[in-house]
Design a protein around this ligand. Structure first.
Ligand SMILES: [Zn+2]
Ligand SMILES: [Zn+2]
Length: 349
């Protein structure tokens, strides 16, 4: 058993090792939540909904939906525009030069979404990933959409564009709420012990110094529950031999970093209303990400009702690519578009 200091526990679904506190040990695996005959995808219990216009903050605007997702970021790791494109004296990058315009949909920060729904104690905000540009994303969208708390952060993998913003969560735990639960696979937690050692082992913090107060919950590749919302990990490859997790909640599937979907993950993608899928570049895949042609192949195989691509680099021009993708709706009946930072989609949970 690994022994170290910090706030660590198993994800709900297993007996918790101890009440929330400062010093714990990591222990055994999370027990799968799925019971025989039950759907792995449902919100386990539904709080009564009483959305006023002010309370809703835009939630519930379409088709009786009581929940929504907000795209906090839809770009590749370095962000769009690239600084190097803007300083290149010999070549003007068409996408990056558009992306500097305020409100332009080519302006993209690190991939991340926020799930908003009515949980057991009111509105819940669950963030998937807090990468390098998390602060800038939150600065843009939290005040604009009236988002105050972060009720949990779920981690897809431990690259810098997924976990680089953990330190910035200190503003919330210092000023908004006492702590933030982090849900993370053990392999990625092992990385965090190195990259964010002072957030994992808080014993060395000078009294009075204010760092993010994080509670680490170790997840397996099995469904788990966060504030009554059942989340199903979607294991994928993100480069050869490197695992990343997508997540399913309700009929929404989110896969931000993928180069290969293992056969055993496809059944978890069945009956999907909204697929959010990695599509790095327009022409080909890289060793770690789907390109657009491969992403479209996967869409044809998975057959979701609607697809939004994410994780785009600067070769993906929002308007031009979306115009091309629109044709697929007429030609093949496939509803696919690029997402953009700040996009809000009502969802049913
Ligand atoms: Zn560029
Ligand atoms: Zn990555």
């Amino acid at each position: 058993m690994a022994a170290f200091l910090g706030t660590v526990r198993c994800a709900p679904g297993v007996a918790r090792l101890a009440p929330c506190g400062r010093r714990f040990r990591v222990s055994g695996p999370v027990v799968p939540l799925r019971r025989r005959g039950s759907s792995p995808y449902r919100l386990r219990s539904r709080a009564s909904l009483n959305t006023s216009a002010e309370d809703a903050g835009g939630m519930g605007r379409e088709g009786g939906s009581d929940s929504e997702i907000i795209f906090m970021g839809t770009g590749t790791s370095e962000g769009i525009p690239r600084v190097s494109c803007l300083t290149n004296p010999s070549k003007k990058c068409p996408v990056c030069s558009k992306a500097i315009e305020p409100g332009n949909k080519n302006r993209r920060l690190n991939t991340s979404i926020l799930i908003r729904y009515h949980g057991p104690t009111g509105k819940c905000n669950i963030l998937i990933d807090a990468g390098k540009f998390f602060y800038q994303s939150a600065l843009r969208w939290f005040p604009a959409y009236g988002i105050r708390t972060i009720d949990a952060v779920i981690i897809t993998h431990s690259h810098a564009d997924a976990i680089g913003g953990l330190d910035d969560l200190r503003d919330w735990t210092n000023n908004v709420q006492p702590h933030i639960p982090i849900y993370v696979a053990n392999r990625d937690f092992e990385v965090m012990k190195k990259t964010h050692y002072y957030l994992v082992d808080t014993s060395g913090i000078i009294p009075g110094a204010a760092v993010s107060e994080l509670q680490f919950n170790i997840i397996q590749e099995e469904p788990f529950v966060v504030n009554d919302l059942q989340i199903t990990p979607l294991p994928v490859w993100h480069g050869q031999g490197y695992r990343s997790l997508g997540f399913r909640f309700g009929k929404v599937c989110y896969i931000s970093d993928v180069s290969e979907i293992p056969e055993e993950t496809y059944p978890l993608l069945r009956d999907c209303d909204i697929l959010i899928m990695d599509a790095l570049r327009p022409d080909r895949s890289s060793s770690t990400h789907f390109g657009l042609p491969r992403a479209l192949e996967e869409v044809r195989k998975i057959q979701p009702k609607r697809t939004l691509f994410t994780g785009m680099m600067h070769l993906m021009d929002h308007e031009a690519v979306n115009e091309d993708l629109k044709k697929l709706l007429e030609m093949e009946g496939i509803d696919v578009q690029l997402s953009y930072d700040g996009l809000r989609i009502p969802i049913m949970l």
